[in-house]
Design a protein around this ligand. Structure first.
Ligand SMILES: [Zn+2]
Length: 253
């Protein structure tokens, strides 16, 4: 919707420029500047899911609780460790699984559900350029993953997170056709960048606010190494995580 409104707005500006500035010496500089601003806005819309530019994603909770989400699993080693930590703290999390990884690690995917967590669709093959695929290809990728995920858990809310979080107008149409909800995040752990847990936890604890949806990856050692310290320190600040009981109905419509 934002994209459509913005495109219409810029169309009006271009018409205005062609109509009123056509004979002016400023015509080309103004035209180029307008075009560059439009490209910049669209670029930010593609990269930053939280802007909700192409897709109306959910990036924070309506409540004061904090939701932990884990992408790119299941992983035979790291996911297991994360499940243990979540169990110990009675925290319910949302795992965005990759279809082909579920096929390789089916037992871990089953365990995630058995432990009472939610699972969501993170595409079948996690193609980093998926945002630039056609609508049909995006729909095909997600449906292929849904078939695999439905074998793990039939009765689950339809939740989707795009690979690397990039979206385009093709996603707008794909999400509509799939009748799914796009889940983003408000706080990113940057566990793909930090090599050791100390700095990562320090930054993350400082940034965590009530209502945050936090993005982690259950494929990285730094994530499983950091998780318990992060949970303890955030709880010490009086912030509460979504519990295993609450996660069951968190995305019920
Ligand atoms: Zn991912």
């Amino acid at each position: 919707m934002k994209h459509k409104v913005n495109s219409f707005f810029f169309l009006l500006i271009f018409i205005f420029e062609f109509y009123f500035l056509n004979d002016s010496e400023y015509f080309y500089p103004v035209l180029i500047c307008t075009f560059l601003i439009l490209i910049l806005i669209i670029g930010c819309g593609v990269v930053f899911l939280k802007l909700r530019y192409f897709v109306p994603s959910i990036n924070k909770l309506a409540s004061d609780k904090v939701l932990l989400t884990f992408d790119d699993g299941p992983d035979s080693v790291i996911t297991e460790k994360i499940l243990e930590i979540l169990e110990k703290n009675n925290i319910g999390a949302l795992f965005f699984l990759i279809g082909e990884k579920v096929e390789q690690n089916r037992a871990i995917a089953d365990k995630i559900v058995k432990c009472g967590h939610l699972i969501g669709n993170h595409s079948y093959s996690h193609n980093n350029f998926m945002a630039f695929s056609s609508t049909n290809e995006i729909v095909k990728e997600c449906r292929k993953a849904d078939i695999v995920l439905n074998k793990v858990c039939k009765d689950r809310p339809s939740l989707f997170r795009p690979p690397i979080g990039y979206t385009t107008p093709n996603y707008t149409r794909a999400v509509e056709r799939l009748k799914t909800r796009c889940i983003g995040w408000r706080l990113r752990s940057y566990d793909t960048i930090y090599k050791t847990s100390e700095k990562m936890v320090k930054r993350l604890v400082l940034k965590t606010r009530k209502g945050d949806i936090v993005l982690f990856h259950d494929t990285l050692k730094v994530t499983s190494d950091s998780l318990q310290t992060y949970i303890t320190e955030v709880q010490n600040n009086g912030i509460i995580f979504v519990s295993k009981e609450e996660i069951k109905t968190l995305f019920d419509e």
